[in-house]
Design a binder for this molecule. Structure first.
Ligand code: AP5
Length: 215
């Protein structure tokens, strides 16, 4: 099963990809996480990507397409994977189709996370992430048991540099301009399943399973 989770920043793509991954054998391939890992390592690619990410702009297509092309060749992707935050432009979507077709594969389902922009600001400004294992928290709705410390691995829980209000507004604008056209692209392929992402995490989880036709 090759899945795409498509939706604006803060719509819950990462949250639901992690939930699904915990009881299926499909890894979550998050281009955002991959780029942040490159930044943490201080690699040239990471330093270049940081300039775009800190401003709320997209990283150039060539960079992210190259990362995904390499990642899907790893053994854990054999039975499928969840693309979280990729593709984000029409050229990325078309490159994905080409790279999958070369392996006699294609995208199975695209889950579109629908939610109003007005609900996203609170989610993103309150989001905190474990600096080591990536567990997601929210300061109001799902805080760690001890403030600033991850429940899972005990590492520091931090705020992402791009979760500042001015950058969030820019990321939403970029989403509507460059990523939202993918809704039509996948709808025309008959692969789009829209879900209401404004409800509780558990209710979204149910909708994701329904959209995928799995128990
Ligand atoms: P990326 O890391 O992919 O960020 P994003 O798409 O902006 O998405 P987010 O991670 O912000 O949100 P999410 O939908 O995963 O929500 P989450 O589950 O965390 O990308 C960052 C940057 O990297 C981009 O801006 C760009 O520069 C670059 N980049 C990445 N991919 C790229 C690409 N393909 N091309 C070019 N550039 C690329 O949830 C958010 C919060 O809400 C959490 O606190 C969570 O606890 C809470 N929450 C989740 N679900 C619910 C719910 N149902 N109810 C209440 N709260 C909820």
């Amino acid at each position: 099963m090759i899945l795409i989770f498509l939706g604006p920043p803060g719509s819950g793509k990462g949250t639901q990809a992690k939930r699904l991954m915990s009881h299926r054998s499909w890894p979550q391939l998050s281009t955002g996480d991959m780029l942040r890992a490159s930044i943490s390592k201080g690699s040239a690619l990471g330093m270049e990507a940081k300039k775009y990410m800190d401003q709320g702009h997209l990283v150039p297509d060539l960079v992210v397409v190259g990362m995904i092309a390499e990642r899907i060749q790893e053994p854990d992707c054999r039975s499928g994977f969840i693309l979280d935050g990729f593709p984000r432009t029409l050229p990325q979507a078309k490159s994905l189709d080409v790279m999958l077709a070369a392996r006699n594969l294609s995208v199975d389902v695209v889950v579109e996370f629908q939610i109003k922009d007005s609900e996203l600001l609170g989610r993103l400004s309150g989001r905190r992430t474990c600096s080591k294992c990536g567990t997601l928290y929210h300061i109001h709705t799902s805080p760690p048991q001890v403030s600033g410390i991850c429940d899972v691995c005990g590492s520091d829980v931090i705020q992402r540099a791009d979760d500042q209000e001015s950058v969030i507004q820019k990321r939403l604008k970029v989403y509507h301009e460059l990523t939202a056209p993918l809704v039509r692209f996948y709808s025309e392929q008959g692969k789009l399943r829209a879900i209401d992402a404004s409800v509780s995490m558990a209710a979204v989880d149910v909708s994701v399973h329904d959209a995928l036709g799995i128990a």
